[in-house]
Write a protein that binds this ligand. Structure first.
Ligand code: SF4
Length: 290
């Protein structure tokens, strides 16, 4: 990898980037933050309508902070991993309390917001404010593993070496570094995909260490599958869907019918309550958080 390869990826991005609304010049920092939280575990095509609805309903952190957290959970719909809705709501309230309703610009202030981790803080600082930070999501980690480290897949959990590598590749000029981050991410999403990379379309095919090494097969520990059917997560999703679709609190029988395995169902419900996604009421009914 040298500066020519950096330019090749930037040029490829300029010609091939998807036209996503959170990348538009007029996208607000808040809308970028919402997109980053949604995109963490949900594909772009499912995020697009949810992001549009959220940012139309709550165009500022203050607008979301003014509503009960249950409304955030309700509007999260079927995006999955609904604790993210609570995290966004908590962040919105913290932004109002600590920063007068404006998303903070500094990486440290972003990281200090509830539920905002290193990745999201770096992504918002880069994409909303044009700063220079290494942004390492699964797409970027996979591209760098192949392109530079000759590995088909990155390690299971992010290592310090990956962060050092990503930082060493960042262009010096902050706006270019920010564009480079999103460009590598897009290359991973569109070309250097997990299962079948389209190397013939890759702008840095000639520089790719994995290609030069003869595309060695992955030989690390087993990678996590994406099974969903029959999991506690699916059970939680069904319970939450009942509460989202109801006007108000619902009785236990309405939740019991969504899942036949009572042990798993009770475990899922307990988990939702302890995560703050469901409120058990004194009268025995259940509701979204107030
Ligand atoms: S050549 Fe293939 S494996 Fe290497 S970075 Fe490009 S798409 Fe990924």
């Amino acid at each position: 990898m040298n500066s020519t390869h950096t330019d090749q990826i930037l040029d490829w991005y300029a010609a091939n980037a998807r036209d996503l609304p959170w990348r538009a010049p007029d996208a607000t920092p808040w809308s970028v933050l919402v997109s980053e939280i949604m995109l963490q575990q949900t594909p772009v095509n499912r995020v697009l309508p949810a992001w549009s609805a959220w940012t139309a309903r709550w165009p500022t952190p203050g607008a979301l902070a003014a509503e009960p957290s249950g409304e955030a959970v309700r509007a999260w719909g079927r995006l999955g991993y609904p604790r993210r809705a609570l995290r966004l709501h908590q962040s919105a309230r913290a932004i109002v309390e600590r920063h007068g309703g404006e998303v903070p610009t500094s990486h440290g202030d972003l990281l200090a917001l509830p539920g905002i981790g290193a990745y999201t803080a770096a992504a918002v600082a880069s994409f909303a404010f044009g700063q220079r930070h290494a942004v390492l999501d699964t797409n970027v980690r996979r591209v760098l593993a192949r392109l530079v480290s000759a590995q088909e897949y990155p390690p299971k959990s992010q290592t310090k070496a990956e962060v050092r590598l990503a930082e060493s590749l960042l262009p010096l000029d902050p706006p270019t570094a920010a564009r480079w981050g999103v460009a590598v991410m897009e290359l991973g999403a569109l070309v250097c995909t997990a299962r079948s990379p389209r190397c013939v379309d890759c702008p840095v095919l000639g520089a790719c260490a994995w290609q030069k090494a003869g595309r060695p097969a992955y030989d690390g520990p087993p990678r996590k599958g994406q099974t969903y059917a029959g999991t506690d997560r699916q059970c939680r999703g069904r319970i939450l869907a009942v509460l989202r679709d109801a006007e108000g609190p619902v009785g236990k029988p309405a939740l019991d019918v969504v899942w036949s395995d009572s042990v798993q169902r009770e475990r899922a419900l307990d988990g939702l309550v302890s995560d703050g996604l469901v409120d058990p009421l004194d009268d025995g009914r259940y509701a979204l958080p107030g």
